[in-house]
Design a protein. Structure first.
Length: 569
């Protein structure tokens, strides 16, 4: 029996288990329940979320329909298909809601889990396949991928890449053509598709005797298109390739595999900020290697299907290692999803053809449920981070909407203004024209009144800078004794109304001799006055000027001084 016949016989054995007919239907029902539960959970967790971080780079800087808008790299990655998707969603649904993005992400995650189910089922049967898919659906440490639609780049590459590997198993001309198309799609989503190109190349090499090198087009055509992109646009991206990174890549690879084991088994000790090490994964990886060596000593040889999966897994971690910079550790949340998918694929191929008894399946099911429960902690922590970011984003952009009459076009949501570094791509010159065309994701003035205190406070801070509110003091002025309308006494002994509502326009603060007075403002905030001005020097007249904007709510002034003051509007 030649190698090809042996492989076909092995596949037939994997597909024709005696208990397959009895167990397939309950396993499929369990898979369906897991898919529905995951989708509902993610919809609930992302309810009310808006656009976040890198998504703004697409929304603000790739709105035109030009070749460069589609093909310019983003963080060294090709983003052709994600940009096209973003443009389509923007044209159909506008910018007032990010819900369509989240729905698309959830559907892609479900589809990826289903293809993983098919992949594992062909090797181990329906119940292990359901367990693998469930682990991927609830992989909490990968919260950035599960809860952030920008990561459809990674998810799309894995989804199409898995489809490519399944098409290669057809071993016919049509399957090869579909594999070529799916590999091109995988590369169009992100450069992670290179890992699946490595898998395709290994498959072509291993089957060169039966299929011939005429199948080389499966990898050559997509890689050729990728090379054209790289020569035209990709080479302009900043590269972090260095000799130190290359020499350190084996350690990075081991950390990546260890972190993936941690992740899928619910043992990760990496916090939501990415700090920590794969404490459980390292001994588990050592144990797995030892068991593998023992198994090989007893029965040498691996299934030929193992090597494409191994090439995809190794190339993913090694390419990440070559381009490492701080923030791209092997334990990063955005790598956890791909790492989990690859480790599950690899495990399925290593165990290919192994018969799992009923007791083993029960133990495996218990491990899966425990892992899912543990991973919910990481997922909830990630949700809390993104929920806060959504509040800040909606408050900050809503403030620009309110201040649009007077805001300087160069005004930008830099970290010191926005309270978060995730809005560095947003400035008034790009944002307001986009709002005119697609609507605003920001809070309206009425919504700000019902927002969390964090959102109300942040809106006041951004508004004060965007309008902007100005303070001009003239020393040497004295308190006027003459009666004047719209004036109240504030500060000092016997002060009246320390919380004064202010109308748009100039407000005059007359302060007698003495120390500088503190002048603070609030508008939507309730518990504090978050806008601190330069204050009013003693023995001066200070003019506080508030430009008119689109919100009806008044500003409120809090003046704290040791000497009497008079506030006139």
């Amino acid at each position: 029996m030649d190698a090809r016949q042996g492989e076909i016989g092995e596949a037939a054995f994997a597909h024709a288990r005696p208990d397959e007919g009895r167990s397939a239907r309950p396993a499929l029902i369990a898979l369906a329940l897991a898919l529905v539960a995951s989708s509902v959970l993610l919809l609930v967790l992302t309810s009310g979320f808006t656009f976040y971080q890198d998504t703004w780079a697409f929304l603000m800087h790739r709105r035109e329909f030009s070749v460069d808008a589609f093909l310019e790299p983003h963080n060294e990655h090709i983003v052709l298909i994600p940009v096209a998707i973003e443009k389509l969603l923007l044209a159909v649904f506008g910018m007032t809601t990010a819900l369509p993005e989240y729905v698309l992400l959830i559907l892609m995650l479900a589809a990826t889990a289903y293809l993983l189910f098919v992949y594992v089922r062909r090797r181990l049967g329906p119940w292990p396949a359901t367990m693998a898919a469930t682990l991927l659906l609830f992989v909490g440490p990968a919260w950035q991928v599960l809860l952030w639609p920008f990561e459809i780049g990674f998810v799309g590459s894995i989804l199409a890449g898995l489809g490519m590997m399944l098409m290669l198993e057809r071993e016919d001309r049509r399957g090869d053509r579909l594999a070529c198309l799916l590999l091109a799609i995988s590369l169009g989503f992100s450069s992670l598709g290179i890992s699946f190109a490595a898998a395709a190349a290994v498959d072509i090499f291993l089957r060169r005797r039966s299929g011939g090198l005429g199948r080389a087009y499966i990898a050559a055509v997509p890689l050729g298109l990728f090379a054209i992109w790289y020569l035209g646009w990709g080479h302009t991206a900043e590269s972090h390739l260095s000799l130190i990174n290359v020499l350190g890549s084996p350690v990075y690879l081991m950390n990546g595999l260890a972190s993936s084991l941690d992740t899928v088994l619910g043992l990760s000790t990496i916090d939501v900020a990415g700090a920590g090490q794969p404490e459980w994964g390292r001994p588990l990886l050592v144990a797995a290697i030892v068991l593998l060596c023992v198994a090989q000593a007893r029965k040498p040889g691996f299934s030929p299907r193992l090597w494409p999966a191994a090439a995809a897994t190794a190339s993913f971690w090694l390419l990440a290692a070559f381009n490492f910079i701080p923030g791209r550790e092997a334990t990063s949340s955005r790598y956890a999803y791909a790492g989990a998918a690859f480790i599950l694929i690899l495990a399925a191929d290593l165990l290919r053809g192994v018969r799992l008894g009923r007791r083993t399946l029960w133990v495996g099911g218990a491990v899966v449920l425990a892992a899912v429960a543990a991973n919910m902690v990481s997922l909830k922590a990630g949700h809390d981070v993104l929920k806060e970011q959504s509040v800040l984003t909606r408050a900050d952009t809503g403030a620009i909407d309110i201040a649009r009459r007077s805001v300087d076009p160069t005004f930008a949501l830099t970290p010191d203004v926005a309270g978060t570094p995730s809005l560095i791509d947003v400035d008034a010159a790009e944002y307001l024209p986009a709002v005119d065309e697609y609507g605003s994701p920001g809070y309206t003035p009425a919504e700000l009144e019902g927002a969390s205190e964090l959102g109300r406070k942040q809106a006041d801070i951004v508004l004060s800078r965007a309008l902007p509110i100005s303070v001009l003091a003239r020393r040497g002025a004295r308190l006027s004794g003459a009666a004047e309308t719209n004036c109240v006494t504030a500060g000092g002994p016997g002060a009246l109304n320390p919380d004064l509502p202010l109308a748009p326009g100039p407000t005059r603060i007359e302060l007698g001799p003495g120390p500088r007075a503190t002048v603070a403002l609030r508008r939507f905030a309730v518990g504090e006055f978050p806008v601190l001005t330069e204050g009013a020097p003693g023995d001066s007249v200070t003019v506080l000027r508030i430009p008119r904007d689109t919100a009806p709510q008044p500003w409120h002034l809090q003046l704290t001084s040791q000497q009497p003051a008079r506030v006139c509007q």
